[in-house]
Write a protein that binds this ligand. Structure first.
Ligand SMILES: NC(=O)C1=CN([C@@H]2O[C@H](COP(=O)(O)OP(=O)(O)OC[C@H]3O[C@@H](n4cnc5c(N)ncnc54)[C@H](O)[C@@H]3O)[C@@H](O)[C@H]2O)C=CC1
Ligand SMILES: O=C([O-])C1=[NH+]CCC1
Length: 293
C-alpha cells in the first residue's frame, strides 16, 4: 500500500500529460460498455449528488466511481454557476480525486456516414474541446459556430487551427448541418427540431438539470434518443424528462452492439457526464505522471 503523500497535478500538467482528449477514447469506450453491462461490468457509479447553492445560483456536483477493469477509484467535485458576478470566471470548476483502490471511446457510432458540416452552439470550454476532438476525428468540410454573445464565437473561431464560420443566428448555423453540438448554459431551448436536417446527429451536452432545456420537444420526440446513463437521464435531464421522449439505448449498449446505431435516422445523444469517464481520465493522467517521475 502506498504511504506516499498525494500528488497535486495542475490543470497545465494535465494538458501536458493528456495532450489530446482522443487518447482517452479506447478507455472511455470500454468503460461505457462496462457501465451498460450492469453489475457484471464492474462499474460502480451512483447517481451524482447535486447540492444547490440557492442564494448564488450555483450547484455542487459530487461524482464518485470505481472501475474494476481499470482498478481505479475517483470522485469528481464540480461546481457550476448559472450567473456569475465576474463573467470572465469559468462557469464550471472541477477537481478529480484519484484514490488507491486497494486501501482507498468513444467510437463515433452515431456519426452520419457522410458528415460534412459540423455546427457548434455555444462558445465556452466544452465548445472548444468538442471542436478539437470532432475536427481531429472527422474530415468536416465546414464548421459553423453560434454563440449568444457573438464576440465569444469570434474569439473562439480566431483561436482554433481551422476555418470556422461564425453565424449570426442559431438557425443559420443549424440548417443543413450533419452534426450539431449543443454546449451552452441555456435553460430554455436553443435548438429546434424544425431546423434539423433529417438524418443529422445531435450531441446535446448542456442542460444538466431536470428543469433546464437545450432542445425542443419536436426534436426530442422525432429523434432516436441515446443517453449516457438511463438512470441519470430520467433524474437529471430536462430535455428527456419534460419532453417525455422515449430512451432508445445507452451509448454503452450501442458500443457493445446490443442496440443498433441507426446512423440513417436523426439521432440525439444526450450526455450528462459520467463519473467513470473522470475515473478513466484521472488514471490516464496519473499513470503518465508516474511514468515521468
Ligand atoms: N455532458 C457532460 O459531460 C458535460 C456537460 N457540461 C455542460 O456543458 C455546457 C457547457 O459547459 P462549458 O462549456 O464548460 O460552459 P461555459 O460557461 O464555458 O460556456 C457556456 C456557453 O453557453 C453560452 N450561454 C450561456 N447561457 C446561454 C443561454 N441562455 N443561451 C444560449 N447560450 C448560452 C455562453 O455564452 C457560452 O458560450 C454546460 O451546460 C455544462 O453544464 C459540462 C461538462 C461536462
Ligand atoms: O460531467 C460533469 O462534470 C458535468 N456535467 C454537467 C455539469 C458538470
Amino acid at each position: 500500500m502506498s504511504s506516499e503523500p498525494p500528488v497535486f497535478i495542475s490543470a497545465a500538467e494535465v494538458e501536458r500529460l493528456l495532450p489530446r482528449a482522443s487518447l482517452l477514447l479506447p478507455g472511455l469506450e470500454a468503460a461505457l460498455c462496462n457501465f451498460s453491462a450492469g453489475a457484471a461490468g464492474g462499474v460502480e457509479q451512483p447517481l451524482r449528488a447535486v447540492v444547490p447553492v440557492r442564494p448564488h445560483g450555483g450547484f455542487l456536483g459530487v461524482m464518485p466511481a470505481y472501475s474494476a477493469a481499470d482498478d481505479a477509484l475517483t470522485t469528481k467535485l464540480v461546481t457550476f454557476y448559472e450567473h456569475r458576478g465576474d463573467s470572465a470566471a469559468p462557469s464550471h470548476r472541477a477537481t478529480v480525486l484519484l484514490f488507491d483502490p486497494r486501501c482507498g471511446s468513444l467510437r463515433a457510432l452515431l456519426m452520419p456516414r457522410s458528415a460534412e458540416v459540423l455546427c457548434i452552439l455555444g462558445a465556452g470550454v466544452q465548445a472548444r474541446s468538442h471542436y478539437e476532438i470532432f475536427t481531429e476525428l472527422f474530415p468536416f468540410t465546414e464548421v459553423r459556430l453560434w454563440s449568444r454573445t457573438e464576440q465569444h464565437a469570434l474569439r473562439l473561431a480566431s483561436s482554433v487551427g481551422g476555418a470556422v464560420r461564425v453565424c449570426g443566428t442559431a438557425r443559420e448555423a443549424v440548417v443543413g448541418a450533419d452534426v450539431i453540438v449543443t454546449v451552452t448554459m441555456a435553460t430554455t431551448p436553443i435548438l429546434f427540431g424544425e431546423w434539423v436536417k433529417p438524418g443529422a446527429h445531435v450531441n446535446a451536452v448542456g442542460a444538466s438539470r431536470p428543469d433546464w432545456r437545450e432542445l425542443d420537444d419536436v426534436l426530442m420526440k422525432s429523434s432516436v434518443l441515446v443517453v449516457d446513463s438511463r438512470e441519470a437521464a430520467l433524474a437529471e435531464s430536462g430535455d428527456v424528462i419534460l419532453s417525455g421522449a422515449e430512451i432508445f439505448a445507452e451509448l454503452g449498449e450501442v458500443l457493445k452492439g446490443t442496440k443498433p446505431a441507426l446512423p440513417e435516422k436523426t439521432t440525439v445523444f444526450k450526455s450528462l457526464g459520467m463519473a467513470v469517464e473522470d475515473t478513466i481520465a484521472a488514471k490516464f493522467v496519473y499513470d503518465a505522471w508516474s511514468a515521468g517521475n
